[in-house]
Design a binder for this molecule. Structure first.
Ligand code: FES
Length: 232
């Protein structure tokens, strides 16, 4: 038992020590929650989402609807990604798409419409935000036109100019506005199915407001050169 003269002092010291301990625990928790959010952000970036969309997704998950507890963000994002390694998804793609759409609308990004003529079947209309490629729209567009486009443009290499399955013929009256292919793109087009003077890769055509009303046609077949790359 400490002497009575020391007891008040000891009580204050114990209180200070306890407070310091609690503060330490709170700081550690804050750090680990911040680390957890950073891990979730890194994971989203690894999946190919831009930093704006990744941050937007993390912000959206803060909504009370998700019931997210501190330190659980990474686990929730991984859960939403589902079996992403084999092309699966458990809700993350839809969430990211909604976040991106909202960001683009808020920024007043122009919507560009274009027309697609398949080699057989009726022509159809598509639209997408300026800055997106035809491949982006085929892969992530939501309207009926985008879904049809995804049936015609396989985009097997995800836009790295290694497959030619996104090959389109730009209508001759639009070719100057779209512009010629780069040297690298032309190398791939030379190997595409029945290339023409106005051939372009859909993954390299970036929509701009000046391309409103663009017309492209889809060849009757596509050479998928990606299947012939010897991965080791
Ligand atoms: S998506 Fe493969 S070359 Fe365009």
């Amino acid at each position: 038992m400490p002497p009575s003269s020391l007891r008040p002092l000891l009580g204050r010291t114990t209180l200070r020590t306890s407070l310091a301990g609690l503060q330490h625990i709170a700081v550690r928790r804050r750090c680990s929650a911040a680390d957890d959010v950073q891990r979730a952000r890194d994971f989203l970036r690894e999946l190919g989402y831009s930093s704006e969309v990744s941050d937007g997704v993390l912000k959206a998950l803060e909504s009370p609807d998700w019931g997210l507890q501190p330190g659980q963000t990474h686990a929730l994002v991984v859960k939403l990604a589902g079996p992403w390694e084999i092309g699966g998804d458990a809700g993350l793609k839809g969430l990211a798409k909604a976040v991106e759409r909202e960001q683009l609308e808020r920024a007043g990004t122009h919507m560009v419409s274009f027309r697609v003529h398949p080699s057989s079947g009726a022509p159809f209309k598509c639209s997408g935000f300026a800055g997106k490629t035809l491949r982006d729209i085929a892969e992530a567009g939501e309207d009926e036109g985008a879904q049809l486009l995804s049936e015609y443009l396989e985009c097997a290499c995800s836009g790295v100019m290694a497959c030619s399955t996104c090959h389109v013929y730009v209508h001759s009256s639009w070719f100057a506005a779209v512009g010629p292919p780069s040297e690298e793109e032309q190398d791939m087009l030379d190997l595409a199915f029945e290339p023409r003077r106005t051939s372009r890769l859909g993954c390299q055509i970036v929509l701009r407001p000046e391309l409103e009303g663009l017309v492209v046609a889809v060849p009757s077949q596509a050479n998928n050169l990606f299947d012939h790359i010897p991965f080791e």
